[in-house]
Design a protein around this ligand. Structure first.
Ligand code: 2AM
Ligand code: CA
Length: 258
């Protein structure tokens, strides 16, 4: 029932994304930061997702980007990003998705990420593997950072700190290492799980950006930690997700200890 509802909720959100895509009249407002957007499609997708979940599990805890926490005291928490990659979405760039993770007693046990424009539905269940449109996923085999293809993201409210996003980015670029910037952390993580990227790092994410994607990487055989190499928690900002083979080396690069 949990899996079925997860699929239905993800699909319900994705239908909204398809409906409003490239709509010139899309209402857009701004959050903290001039380019931190929220559109009416974010709100409509969120509403469709939450209604789908509530119709089956009315007492489950909901944590969603636009409405925040709807606490209930349930052991189950649904962590929702109704559109991850909103800037892409608002510009008609089809790199955006619905991302939903399910936490049970503090552990993420299931996740779904759906990009309806590429028709890519990613699903992972703890201990059961990760799948793209029902095909089992495995991370890449690359063993060297210098030969890797990486991806990162930058927050729209820039964090001016020593060794921040631009400093780490420049270290890779100076060595000629390809570092892509897609604009959707959930898709970045799924593409690590699919073996397209060897690693992903970012300095400032929220739980709804990473909850589903992080399980995807782990279930595809990869490794996900914070920047200290500690087990990943979606409730702190840093993430390093890799194929596992380059993980220790990536920690040195990201922390400027190479
Ligand atoms: P969003 O599209 O749901 O806003 C970019 O790599 C990632 O950072 C996206 O997943 C994006 O999610 C998220 N993001 C956008 N603005 C952010 C901010 N101010 N702080 C942290 N993450 C942000
Ligand atoms: Ca979002």
């Amino acid at each position: 029932m949990l899996k079925e509802t997860l699929y239905n909720a993800t699909e319900a959100g994705a239908q909204i994304l398809l409906h409003y895509f490239n709509n010139k009249d899309l209402a857009i407002s701004h959050k903290d930061g001039v380019n931190n957007l929220v559109t009416e499609a974010d709100h409509a997708s969120e509403k469709a997702i939450i209604e789908t979940i509530k119709s089956t599990f009315p007492d489950h805890f909901i944590l969603s980007e636009e409405v925040g926490a709807i606490e209930t005291g349930s052991e189950y928490k649904w962590i929702i990003d109704p559109i991850d990659g909103t800037i892409n979405y608002a510009h008609g760039i089809p790199l955006c998705c619905v991302s939903i993770g399910i936490e049970h007693n503090g552990t993420i046990i299931m996740g779904a990420v759906y990009n309806p424009f590429l028709k890519e539905f990613y699903f992972a269940e703890k201990g059961q593997g990760a799948f793209l449109n029902d095909q089992k996923l495995s991370v890449s085999e690359e063993g060297s950072v210098l030969k890797s293809c990486l991806v990162t993201g930058f927050p729209y409210t820039y964090i001016n700190q020593p060794n921040g996003p631009l400093e780490s980015f420049s270290r890779f670029i100076r060595e000629g290492i390809p570092v892509r910037r897609l604009g959707s952390a959930a898709i970045d993580l799924c593409w690590v799980a699919a073996g397209r990227f060897d690693g992903f790092y970012e300095h400032k994410l929220n739980a709804w950006d990473s909850a589903a994607g992080y399980l995807m990487v782990e279930e595809a055989g990869g490794k996900v930690t914070d920047f200290k190499g500690q087990p990943y928690s979606p409730y702190q900002p840093h993430i390093l997700a890799t194929n596992g083979k380059i993980h220790d080396e990536m920690l040195l690069w990201v922390n400027d200890q190479r």
